[in-house]
Design a protein around this ligand. Structure first.
Ligand code: HEM
Length: 196
C-alpha cells in the first residue's frame, strides 16, 4: 500500500497565476530582446513582435493582479521575505553550494525562493511602469521618463530587467527539476506527495 501522504499545497488560483505568468514572462523577455536589437537571421516583422510583446505584457499584469488579490484574500505572505530570511539565506546558499546536506527548516518557500519571487514582483512592477510610459511616447507619464533620466536610460533599465528575468528564470527551472519533484507535481495538480 502507498503510505505517502498527499497534501494540498497549491490552490487553483496560484496554479493559474503561475503558468499564465510563466508563459507571459517567457514571451515578454524573448520579444523584448527582439525589439531591443532585432536578430538579423529571424526577419520577424517589427510591428507583429510589438503586438505580441504588448499582449503578453497586459496578460502578465492580469495574472499578477489576480495573485495579489488572492494573497490579500487568503492573507498569504508565503512569497514575501521576512527579516529572519536574511539569516536563513546563508543556510539555503550553503545547501545549494553542496556545503550542507539539507535545506534549513523553512516555510512554504525557502529564503532563496522568497527573495527571487519577491524580486520578480518588484522588477515586474518597475518594468511595467516604464513600459506603459514608453507606450504613451511622451503623451502621458512624462514624469516617469524625467525621473529615470531619459529615453535611453528607460531602454537600458528594461533591457537589464529582461537579463535579470532570463538569468533567474533559468535557475528557477533548473531547481524545480533537480530538487523535490513533488513540489512541481503540486504546481500542476495542486497536491504534493510527502513521505510519511
Ligand atoms: C518550466 C518552467 C517552470 C517550472 C517547471 C516552474 C516550477 C515551479 C515550482 C515547482 C514552483 C513551486 C516551488 C516550491 O513549491 O518549492 C514555482 C513557483 C513559482 N514560480 Fe515557477 N516554474 C517555471 C517557470 C516560471 C517562470 C517563467 C516564472 C516567471 C518569472 C515563474 C514564477 C514563479 C513564481 C512567482 C512562483 C511562486 C508562486 C506563488 O506562490 O505565487 N515560474 N515554480
Amino acid at each position: 500500500m502507498d503510505k505517502n501522504k498527499v497534501t494540498p499545497t497549491q490552490p487553483l488560483v496560484v496554479r493559474i497565476f503561475h503558468w499564465g505568468f510563466a508563459l507571459s514572462m517567457v514571451m515578454i523577455v524573448l520579444t523584448g530582446f527582439e525589439l531591443h536589437s532585432p536578430f538579423t537571421f529571424l526577419a520577424f516583422n517589427y510591428g507583429n513582435v510589438f503586438v505580441v510583446h504588448m499582449t503578453f505584457a497586459w496578460l502578465a499584469l492580469g495574472f499578477v493582479s489576480l495573485r495579489i488579490v488572492d494573497a490579500f484574500i487568503r492573507k498569504d505572505t508565503s512569497f514575501i521575505p521576512k527579516l529572519s530570511d536574511f539569516r536563513g539565506f546563508v543556510g539555503v546558499l550553503a545547501y545549494y553550494l553542496f556545503l550542507r546536506d539539507s535545506l534549513p527548516p523553512g516555510e512554504k518557500y525557502n529564503s532563496g525562493q522568497k527573495f527571487i519571487f519577491f524580486s520578480w514582483f518588484i522588477v515586474f512592477a518597475v518594468a511595467t511602469l516604464l513600459g506603459i510610459a514608453t507606450y504613451f511616447m511622451g503623451e502621458y507619464l512624462v514624469w516617469v521618463w524625467r525621473l529615470v533620466g531619459g529615453w535611453q536610460i528607460v531602454r537600458t533599465v528594461k533591457f537589464l530587467a529582461a537579463v535579470y528575468f532570463s538569468a533567474t528564470i533559468l535557475v528557477h527551472i533548473y531547481l524545480s527539476f533537480t530538487e523535490d519533484l513533488s513540489r512541481l507535481q503540486a504546481m500542476i495538480t495542486g497536491y504534493e506527495r510527502q513521505e510519511p
